[in-house]
Every structure is written in C-alpha cells, then in structure tokens.
Write a protein that binds this ligand. Structure first.
Ligand code: NDP
Ligand code: DGY
Length: 325
C-alpha cells in the first residue's frame, strides 16, 4: 500500500466514526472537519444542546464547555487513553458518562517509547545530522558513543498497561534489573521480574528511567530538580506520558549541566513546543511531537472504539471502554 492509499484508509477509519453515528439514527452529527484543534469559541457554540461529544486530547473539556452543552449532554467520548484534559469532577457531578480508548494503543505507544529510548541513548538524531552536514570525517573510537541496554537497570515510573508493555519489550535487550514505582505493587510485574521500589531508589539506581504514569495532581511536576539530582550522571530519561509530569526548566538544567546524560520526550509542555525552546538547542535532548499512538491501524481502531463508546452512551447501553467516575 503506498502512502497516499494508507492515508486514505486512515481517513476512511476516521470517517467511519461519523458514518457509524449517522447510520445509527436518529442522530444528527455536527463535525469539526479539520485536523487542526477546534477553537474553543467554536466548540462552545457547536456543543450547545448536544447529547454526546466526541473529543480529542487537545480539547479541554471544562465546566465552561459542559455548561455550554447544557443538560442534554449524556456522554463524552475521548479519542485517547489519557483523560487529564477532562474535568472529571464536573463530568461526574453532571451524571455524564465517559468513554476512552485504553489497550488498543498500548502496543503502538510502547513501541514508540522503545524507539525513542534507543534513539536517545544511542544518539541516532545526532548521527543522522552528522552524516548530512559533513561532520562524519572517519570512524573514531569514541565518536557518538552512547549507552546500551545490555546489563542495565531500567526504572519504569508507572507500570500500568503501557509501562508493562515497554518493560516487556526492553527485557529481551538484556536488561539486568527492572525496577518500577507507583501507588501499588503490580502482580503482573512478576512477568518481567519487576521490583517494586520507592521512587528515590528507582531514580538513583536506574540507568534508564522511563515515565509512563498518568498525569494527576500527584504526578504533575514529579520529575523535578530534586529527582534529577538523584540520578546517575549517565542516566537516560524518557517521557512518553504527559509533558506536565516533568518540570522542563529543571530538566534543561540537568541536561545542560551534565547532571544526567540525555532525555527523550514524546510529550512536552506546551504542545507544540515552541521552535525556540531551550530544550531544542540541546544535542542530548530528543523531542518528538506526541506520536506515541501514531500508527495507521492504531488510530483507526481508536476511532472505531471512540465511536462505539459514544453510541453506547447515547443509547444508554454498554460502552466498550467506559471510565468509572
Ligand atoms: P494505566 O492507567 O494503565 O497506567 C497508569 C499508571 O500510572 C499506573 O500504573 C499507575 O500506577 C501510575 N501512576 C498513577 N499515579 C502515580 C504516581 N503518583 N506515581 C507513579 N505512578 C503513578 O494507563 P496507560 O498505561 O494506558 O497510559 C498511561 C498514560 O500514558 C496515559 O494516561 C497517557 O497520559 C499516556 N499516553 C501517552 C501516549 C503518547 O502518545 N505519548 C499514548 C497513550 C498514552 P498505580 O496503579 O500504582 O497508581
Ligand atoms: C492518549 O491516548 O492519551 C495519547 O496521548 C494519544 O494517543
């Protein structure tokens, strides 16, 4: 399948959200027909009187939007597993049901996180750049050396669905110890010989630190100066959860001072990260544009699931993935 056709197929999958909704009459669909986020003013206008709302993680669904929608609103379905863009307390208060897309994006996101970890640790973007700009003069013993996974200790902050899938993918690289932290120990961690440790132990003993927790009031700014100062100077830090889990000023300081070796970020604050942001000037920081779940098939399956969630909520039946509030 060539690129154009694939793009078409994905578009088809996304369109199937609308067609499914349209077919399951009586249901009038108002669609923001653009890949760009819907402006807040437009959302506030078009949500009025709606019974259901299908949104993206770029849509902040707060009390203002819910008030604009009014009492008809029965269900919100987000095309994401993360729900930090949704005011859960306000949604619950109004008795609105909530659908999201767990599991179906776990493999794609874990795969991207591993790719980002390898690219960061083995300095792939720097190497590619050197080939293009003539910096590659000869094979040199220490040129572009990085850090390997074999014999290493990996720490996963948040061994949930995606954290576990990342761990499963990393173990075959010869990882020696897999540490994890979170609120509770996970029985499934046994599969990767995971050791449940306090977060301070995790950050001080790990060669690779991978953040895959959800963004909550407790995890906001969790990765800060105090945490970076406990890491090894050779540590590689990876975040594919949400940008706000990291204090970016503190990360910049840690990277530019040599407190830690490198960082790979699929998520930032804000998104997009301004092109003049200090982190983008650092060679030891690899930044991706939030593409964890971005495979054609994953986005297609997410779209169908989001449509099914919406329909279930509209019809008052089961939603395949309902978040209990
Ligand atoms: P899960 O709910 O399965 O996992 C979330 C994990 O976060 C749990 O293991 C939980 O641990 C942990 N956690 C919560 N609070 C804390 C805390 N205070 N300290 C440490 N860990 C904590 O969700 P998923 O794995 O499916 O998704 C995780 C997140 O990944 C999403 O919320 C989203 O933000 C992000 N994501 C990013 C993508 C991307 O494109 N980059 C794609 C998809 C998701 P415990 O149970 O012990 O509390
Ligand atoms: C999510 O689902 O939360 C991701 O960030 C995008 O897939």
């Amino acid at each position: 399948m060539n690129y154009k056709k694939k793009k078409k197929a994905t578009q088809h999958a996304l369109n199937s959200v609308t067609s499914r909704l349209a077919l399951t009459a009586p249901c009038e669909v108002s669609l923001w027909d653009s890949d760009e986020p819907v402006p807040k003013a437009e959302l506030l206008k078009s949500v009025q009187g709606a019974h259901g709302l299908l949104c993206l993680l770029t849509d902040k669904i707060d009390a203002e939007v819910l008030d604009a929608a009014g009492p008809n609103l029965k269900v919100i379905s987000t095309l994401s597993v993360g729900f930090d863009h949704l005011a859960l307390d306000e949604i619950k208060k109004r008795g609105i049901r909530l659908g999201y897309t767990p599991d179906v994006l776990t493999d794609a996101t874990a795969e991207l996180t591993v790719a980002l970890l390898l690219a960061t640790a083995r300095r792939l973007p720097e190497g590619v750049e050197e080939v293009k700009n003539g910096g590659w003069s000869a094979w040199k013993p220490l040129w572009l050396c990085g850090y390997g996974l074999s014999g290493s200790t990996v720490g996963v902050i948040g061994l949930g669905r995606i954290g576990m899938a990342i761990a499963q993918r990393l173990m075959p690289f010869g990882v020696k110890r897999l540490l994890y932290s979170g609120r509770t120990a996970k029985p499934h961690a046994a599969e990767v010989n995971g050791e449940f440790v306090p977060i301070d132990t995790l950050v001080s003993e790990s060669d690779f630190i991978v953040v895959s927790c959800s963004l909550t009031p407790e995890t906001q700014g969790l990765c800060n100066k105090a945490m970076f100062s406990k890491m090894k100077n050779t540590a590689v830090f990876i975040n594919s959860s949400r940008g706000a889990v990291v204090n970016q000023e503190d990360l910049y300081e840690a990277l530019s001072s040599g407190q830690i070796a490198a960082a790979g970020l699929d998520v930032t604050t804000p998104e997009p990260l301004p092109t003049n942001h200090p982190l983008l000037k650092l060679k030891n920081c690899v930044v991706l544009p939030h593409i964890g779940s971005a495979t054609y098939s994953t986005r297609g399956v997410m779209s169908v699931l989001a449509a099914q969630n919406l329909l279930g909520g509209l019809q008052g039946t089961d939603m395949p993935s309902e978040l209990s509030l």
